[in-house]
Design a protein. Structure first.
Lengths: 232, 229
C-alpha cells in the first residue's frame, strides 16, 4: 500500500519520512531507503505526479556550466587569476579567457584585474573534481568598479530573478538601480540615489525572507511603493 | 517508584530546549539545552582546506572542534584550549556526523563545525552532537538524517536516563553516551566508562532508543520553527 505521509508545500527536515511504499518516486533532495522515501535536506515538499521533490530552503552553491557568478579576485598569477566564487574550490580565470584585448607577454596582470576586485564572470567548465574555469569575455561580463555587493542564500536566487527576470526588472525599474545577480548568491547594485539603493537592498532581503510565499511579486511591489510613500 | 535527587523518575530526561539560527554570521547554527548543559554550534563552509596535504581529492572533509568554555564547569575554572579529552570528543562526534553527511560535492573542501559548551552538567558530548546535527541541517547540507543522543548510566543495578554531574561522580557507576539515527534506528556513537553486564547494556540501548526519539521530536520542531513563514 502506498502512503503519502506529508502534505504538499510542507516544510520537512533531513531524515523525515515522506512516503511509504513504491507508488512514489524520489526526485531532487530525497532518497529511498528500503520501503520509504526520506528527505535529504531542509526543504519544502513539492509533488508532481508520482515524483516527490524538495525545494531547498537553504543551501550551498554548487557551480554549473554557464552560470553567471560574481566573484572576488584573491590571487594574481603569472598567466591566470584565482577567483573566490563562494565555493570550496577557487575558480581559475586564465589570461586567454579574461579579455579580448592584446596582452603583451609578461605583462603585469594586476593592470587588468587586481587583488580584491569584484568581477562578473561566466562558468565555462566544471570538472569531475570540481575544478572551475571562468571567462569574462562576453556580453555584460566585466570588472565591477563601483556599487555595493550583498550576499543572499544561493537557493533563493531564482526567486529574486523571477520568472523570465520579472522580479529583478521590477526592482530595477522602481528604484532606478543597476543590479546584477550572480547564481552564487552574490548581488551587485549600483544606483544614482542612496535612498533608492537602500530600498533595492531591502527589497532583495525581503524576497529572501519571504521566498516561498505565494503572490510574492505583488508583495514586493507593495513593499517598493509603500516605502516610497513613507519617504515623501 | 524510585525518585532521583532532582525529583525525576529514573527514565525521565531533564528539560530540553533547541533553537536554530542563533549565530547570524555562520552558515548554520544551533543551540541545544538539556537541563543545565548548553551547547552552541556554528557551521562554516564548505571552504577550501589548507594545508593542502589534508585535502581529499574525492570528497570534502568534516572538521569538528569541541570546546568547553573556561567558565562552563560547575567547580573550578577549566583550562582553555584543546585538551586530551576535547580531542577525543571532537573525534567521536566527527565520526558520528560523517556517517550522515554527504560531502562528495565539495572535493578538496572542508566543513568546520564548532561546538562550544557554555554551561555543563554532564552529557556535553550528547548535547553537542544534537546541536551539531541541527546546525548542519540549518546550513542546508545534504544529510541522511538528524542525530539524537543521550547519556545513560548504571548506578548500582538501576539504569538512569540523562545522568547529571552528581550522579556521574558516584563511585562505581557506568556512564554510557549513545547516539542514534532516529529514522533508521542505527547507532552512530556508543561509549562506555565503567562496568556493565551484557543484559544491562541491552537494557540501556533499549531505553536510550526510546529517549532519543523524544529528543528527535524536539529537534524536528526546532528546525521547522526556524523556517516558519
Amino acid at each position: 500500500m502506498a502512503d503519502l505521509i506529508v502534505k504538499d508545500k510542507e516544510v520537512v527536515v533531513p531524515g523525515q519520512v515522506l512516503a511509504k511504499g513504491m507508488e512514489y518516486l524520489p526526485a531532487n533532495g530525497t532518497y529511498r531507503e528500503g520501503n520509504e522515501i526520506k528527505a535529504l535536506q531542509i526543504g519544502m515538499v513539492t509533488l508532481s505526479g508520482r515524483l516527490i521533490k524538495l525545494i531547498p530552503l537553504k543551501g550551498v552553491y554548487i557551480p554549473k556550466v554557464n552560470d553567471v557568478v560574481i566573484g572576488r579576485i584573491i590571487d594574481v598569477g603569472v598567466n591566470n587569476w584565482l577567483v573566490d566564487i563562494g565555493f570550496s574550490n577557487l575558480a581559475g580565470l586564465s589570461l586567454r579567457d579574461a579579455t579580448s584585448q592584446y596582452i603583451v607577454r609578461g605583462a603585469d596582470l594586476s593592470n587588468y584585474y587586481k587583488f580584491d576586485d569584484y568581477i562578473i564572470a561566466k562558468v565555462t567548465k566544471v570538472t569531475k573534481d570540481k575544478l572551475i574555469d571562468l571567462t569574462t569575455k562576453g556580453r555584460g561580463l566585466r570588472k565591477l568598479d563601483e556599487g555595493i555587493i550583498i550576499k543572499v542564500t544561493p537557493v533563493k536566487v531564482p526567486r529574486i530573478i523571477g520568472k523570465g527576470g520579472s522580479m529583478i526588472s521590477m526592482i530595477k525599474e522602481k528604484t532606478n538601480c543597476k543590479i546584477m545577480v550572480g547564481q552564487n548568491g552574490v548581488i551587485w547594485l549600483c544606483g544614482q540615489e542612496p535612498e533608492k539603493e537602500k530600498l533595492a537592498i531591502d527589497a532583495i532581503y525581503f524576497i529572501e525572507k519571504n521566498a516561498h510565499v505565494e503572490g510574492l511579486t505583488d508583495m514586493v511591489k507593495d513593499f517598493l511603493e509603500g516605502k516610497k510613500g513613507e519617504k515623501k | 517508584m524510585k525518585k532521583r535527587k532532582d525529583n525525576r523518575r529514573l527514565d525521565e530526561m531533564r528539560k530540553i530546549e533547541a533553537k536554530v539560527g542563533v549565530i547570524k554570521r555562520a552558515n548554520g547554527s544551533a543551540m541545544f539545552r538539556i537541563g543545565d548543559t548548553i551547547a552552541v554550534v556554528a557551521v562554516y563552509g564548505p571552504r577550501s582546506l589548507h594545508p593542502k596535504y589534508l585535502q581529499d581529492p574525492e570528497r570534502g572533509i568534516l572538521r569538528v572542534y569541541y570546546n568547553m568554555m573556561a567558565f562552563s564547569g560547575s567547580g573550578e575554572r577549566i583550562r582553555p584550549g584543546p585538551s586530551r579529552r576535547s580531542r577525543e570528543v571532537s573525534m567521536v562526534i566527527e565520526k558520528a556526523l560523517t556517517s550522515v553527511l554527504d560531502l562528495k560535492e565539495f572535493p578538496g573542501g572542508v566543513v568546520d563545525v564548532f561546538i562550544e559548551i557554555i554551561q555543563s552538567d554532564s552529557g556535553t558530548r550528547c548535547a553537542g552532537i544534537c546541536a551539531a546535527s541541527l546546525a548542519i541541517a540549518d546550513a542546508g547540507f545534504k544529510m541522511k538524517d538528524l542525530i539524537s543522543a543521550v547519556a545513560l548510566g548504571r548506578i548500582d543495578n538501576d539504569i538512569y536516563v540523562d545522568v547529571t554531574k552528581d550522579e556521574e561522580d558516584i563511585e562505581g557507576m557506568a556512564d554510557v553516551p549513545v547516539a542514534y539515527l532516529p529514522s533508521s534506528g542505527k547507532i552512530v556513537l556508543l561509549q562506555c566508562d565503567g562496568f556493565l553486564k551484557k543484559e544491562q547494556l541491552k537494557e540501556i540501548l533499549k531505553i536510550g532508543k526510546k529517549v532519543c526519539l523524544e529528543i528527535y521530536k524536539v529537534q524536528q520542531k526546532a528546525l521547522k520553527e526556524g523556517y516558519k513563514k
